[in-house]
Design a protein around this ligand. Structure first.
Ligand code: PLP
Length: 374
């Protein structure tokens, strides 16, 4: 195949008001978390996902830490979550002294297998953490019924699905607390950043306090509880406000990219493509994932190495929580098996899917895949 510059797995688009708002921060001297873009970003973001409060934080991982602690989840409690997710989900629960309880993922959507949740509920279950994966939301209706039936809290990790909806309702509008990430591969990026959203005044206040070291409002530097410095700076929030202005356009770009890859790859043998739509949502393609068919004589690691030699950037799928050495050392998840998650971890990877991906790059990616799967 023809050469060319390497195609990175992600490249953000920052050509709206990002520069203008950043210059405004510098000219006014407002660069810390006390600057006006932070409140503006929180309000606009919360409104966009139909929530009363937004609490901007340093990233999507600490958003989960704060959410778990804000819900008073701790020793003796269990939280049900997918095994196929980023470690931030399980880490937040483990750090709070509670226990993650894992379910497998669906082989087609790669989202948590809702049918497996009820059998994992015990008297100690306090919450379910629903994590929307890659572009399609978790099937929320059955999960919400289960949560209601068993009196469970819902933490919704919508890090990957900014701008997506479930049956017309925004992702991020379902959890007692819902969280987001603004890492550069997200549909809204602030470089590093995150947000917790909620309709509950007390929970919002608790999250604000936790992100700001739990300073006592009436007596700074005196603390009744331990918090963290999880604050987002005005510089980051300025980027966020500019990015939010273009969210609809960004979602349209991603959907076009997904449709284009589907077209380019439909004749390529040996790969499972993402599900384009379900009864509850059309894919938003946070990333464009692929899973190698079982007959392909190599795994994702080898496929990624071969693509790298052709100048194509990739990333593997998540490695399951029950196979994480750090949790095995802690004595967690011993003897568990979740075959779908294990399989996609070994055979799944995603291809360049950034907001700035060009048509000629998509064509090169597809032709490189054709070459390695010939
Ligand atoms: C589902 C999910 N949750 C949480 C995070 C963590 O976000 P961050 O990288 O901002 O810490 C990510 C990161 O990509 C994610 O995909």
């Amino acid at each position: 195949m023809s050469g060319g510059n390497p195609i990175p797995v992600n490249q953000p688009l920052l050509d709206g008001n990002e520069e203008k708002y950043l210059v405004e921060c510098i000219r006014t001297g407002w660069i810390s978390s006390e600057g006006p873009f932070v409140a503006r970003f929180e309000e606009q973001f919360a409104a966009r996902v139909g929530r009363k409060h937004g609490v901007a934080v340093a990233n999507g991982s600490v958003a989960l830490d704060a959410a778990v602690v804000a819900l008073d989840i701790g020793a003796g409690d269990e939280v049900i979550m997918p095994t196929s997710t980023i470690i931030s989900c399980a880490a937040a629960v483990v750090r709070a002294g509670a226990k993650p309880v894992l379910v497998d993922c669906d082989a087609d959507t790669w989202n948590m297998d809702i049918g497996a949740v009820e059998s994992r509920i015990t008297p100690r279950t306090r919450a379910v953490m629903a994590v929307h994966i890659f572009g399609l939301p978790v099937d929320m209706d059955p999960l919400l019924s289960l949560a209601r039936k068993h009196g469970l809290k819902l933490i919704e990790d919508a890090a990957e699905l900014i701008g997506q909806t479930y049956r017309g309702r925004p992702c991020g509008s379902f959890g007692e607390l819902s969280t987001f990430s603004f890492y550069p591969n997200k549909h809204v990026t602030t470089g590093e950043g995150g947000m917790i959203v909620t309709d509950d005044d007390a929970l919002a206040e608790k999250c604000r306090s936790l992100r700001n070291l739990c300073f006592k409002p009436e007596q700074r530097f005196v603390h009744d509880e331990l918090g963290w410095n999880f604050r987002l700076s005005n510089l980051q929030a300025a980027l966020g406000v500019a990015q939010l202005e273009r969210l609809d356009a960004s979602v349209a770009i991603k959907r076009r990219m997904g449709a284009r890859y589907a077209q380019l790859l439909k004749g390529t043998r040996g790969i499972q493509l993402p599900v384009a739509s379900t009864p509850y949502a059309d894919n938003i393609y946070w990333v464009y994932g692929l899973v190698l068919d079982d007959w392909v004589p190599f795994d994702a690691k080898e496929a990624m190495a071969r693509l790298a030699r052709l100048g194509i950037g990739t990333r593997p799928f998540f490695w399951p929580m029950h196979e994480q050495p750090v949790f095995t050392k802690m004595g967690l998840f011993g003897g568990e098996s979740h075959p779908n998650a294990e399989r996609i971890a070994r055979r799944g990877f995603y291809i360049p899917s950034g907001m700035a991906l060009q048509e000629d790059q998509a064509v090169r990616v597809a032709s490189a895949l054709g070459e390695i799967l010939r």
